[in-house]
Ligand binder design. Structure first.
Ligand code: XLS
Ligand code: NI
Ligand code: NI
Length: 443
């Protein structure tokens, strides 16, 4: 078979800090043991099919710029899909990572009918299964594209038309089947059109009820086919829709609780979506972990000057390290991983640019992981947190938490003893220096 990435003859390997100009990992060493596990098993890196292979480099002002021959409309769509699949598996193998993710329409062309779309997808999924068996590559998650086609302009599960809801059900059922067949670790639902453009034509409560019905049906179907992967919702505050219902982790968590869906869904947190919602990435990760809904991560970042999803490759250890610290501290991923839902810049038109983007991002995550390991081993951050809340472990603090005292009793005691609490330092600058010292010193 002719190779698409022919300037990269062999898989990218770890070469350490002294690596020359060629494609090599400087930090990411799959077999290196970190906090008792192999780095590869902790990071669980995945490549996304859509931005890396299906997207031609177009934007809202201009056409595709990338060298992706299978996007040529003159090609037979199934031949094009097979060519794209060959390039995708070649890339993932040469990058030397374990996982990938795809939407139905990334892998196979939509047919004129749902039946034809299903036949197309089944053929490509079978072929993907063979390639996975040959290469050892695994599916991190599958998902259905419920946002590109004009039928979904007013939403999928939250569409005012139940026929659109049913169409979405057909796509999700099929992609759940495909994900199950391929042994996927998770199934993702990102509600890009589940929201509104204007309240003038929108019944929010009605749409929330519809969404909850849809998700309940997904749970029921998942159980009926024996799929044991994790169902994930991917929060995002807006874009493409003005307001999206899955705004952030806390909003999703409240929704799941309200509709008795807690325990059935976790979250797939995207760095860029976290910052779009006005939070830091580590805030979203810490919130999800604290509330038992942490699932997986889309590692792509935004640009602080832009208010949209630029989907850039992670390249700042500073931005990733506190989130990676929380993930490691809580025991790491179970079924999740770090998916590169990343886009090249539109001018990055060389075929090997896709390697440079991923390698830099993976090295950044690997380094953040080493820093997190060091911080955990040192224990300074956890020690400072323990000390700060230490008074809750006994005496008055423990009594309050155990529910053994009333507001009046506390008040009486405070007055009688003339309580004069002594302010203590939050030590923020000192702790920030602890993080930087670890970033600068880790090897
Ligand atoms: C878009 C989302 C999307 C999901 C998968 O902003 O990140 O790519 O991850 O549908
Ligand atoms: Ni994403
Ligand atoms: Ni995104």
């Amino acid at each position: 078979m002719t190779e698409f990435f022919d300037t990269v003859p062999t898989p990218v390997a770890f070469a350490g800090q002294l690596a020359g100009d060629g494609l090599a990992y400087r930090v990411y060493n799959p077999d290196r043991v970190v906090a008792g596990k192999r780095m590869e098993d902790l990071l669980r890196i995945g490549v996304c099919y859509w931005h890396s292979f299906a997207w031609p480099g177009s934007d809202i002002f201009g056409a595709g710029t990338f060298d992706r021959p299978w996007t040529n409309p003159a090609m037979d769509p199934m031949d094009a899909a097979r060519m794209k699949q060959d390039a995708a598996f070649e890339f993932i193998s040469k990058l030397g990572v374990k996982f990938f993710s795809f939407h139905d329409v990334d892998m196979a062309p939509e047919g004129a009918t749902l039946h034809e779309s299903k036949t197309n997808l089944d053929a490509l999924v079978d072929r993907a299964g063979e390639k996975m068996a040959e290469t050892g590559i695994e599916l991190l998650w599958g998902t259905a594209n419920l946002f590109s086609h004009p039928r979904y302009a007013a939403g999928a599960a939250t569409n005012p038309d139940p026929e659109v809801f049913a169409h979405a059900a057909a796509q999700v059922r099929h992609m759940l089947d495909a994900t199950h067949t391929l042994g996927g670790s998770n199934y993702v639902l990102w509600g890009g059109r589940e929201g509104y453009e204007t309240l003038l034509n929108t019944r929010m409560k009605h749409e929330a009820d519809q969404l909850a019905r849809f998700l309940s049906m997904v749970v029921e179907y998942k159980q009926s086919i024996g799929f044991t992967g994790t169902l994930l919702l991917e929060p995002k505050p807006q874009e493409p829709t003005k307001h999206q219902y899955d705004y952030d982790c806390a909003t999703v968590h409240g929704f799941l609780d309200r509709y008795d869906l807690a325990g059935e869904f976790k979250v797939n947190i995207e760095v860029n979506h976290a910052t779009l919602s006005g939070h830091s990435f580590e805030h979203e990760v810490a919130y999800a972990i604290d509330n038992g809904i942490f699932g997986s991560v889309d590692a792509n970042r935004g640009d602080p000057q832009n208010g949209w999803d630029t989907d850039q490759f992670p390249n700042s250890v500073d931005e990733m390290v506190l989130a990676v610290y929380e993930i490691l501290r809580s025991g790491g991923f179970t079924t999740g991983g770090f998916l590169f839902d990343t886009k090249l810049r539109r001018q990055s038109i060389r075929r090997d640019d896709l390697f440079h983007g991923h390698i830099g991002g993976i090295d950044t995550l690997a380094r953040a992981l080493l820093v997190a390991e060091k911080l955990l081993a040192e224990g300074t951050i956890e020690g400072a947190r323990d000390e700060r809340y230490g008074k809750w472990a006994s005496g008055r603090g423990a009594e309050i938490l155990a529910g053994n005292t009333t507001l009046a009793e506390l008040a009486n005691d405070a007055v009688a003893t003339d309580l004069q609490p002594t302010p203590v330092s939050g030590r923020q600058e000192e702790l920030e220096n602890v993080i930087n010292t670890a970033i600068w010193s880790v090897e």
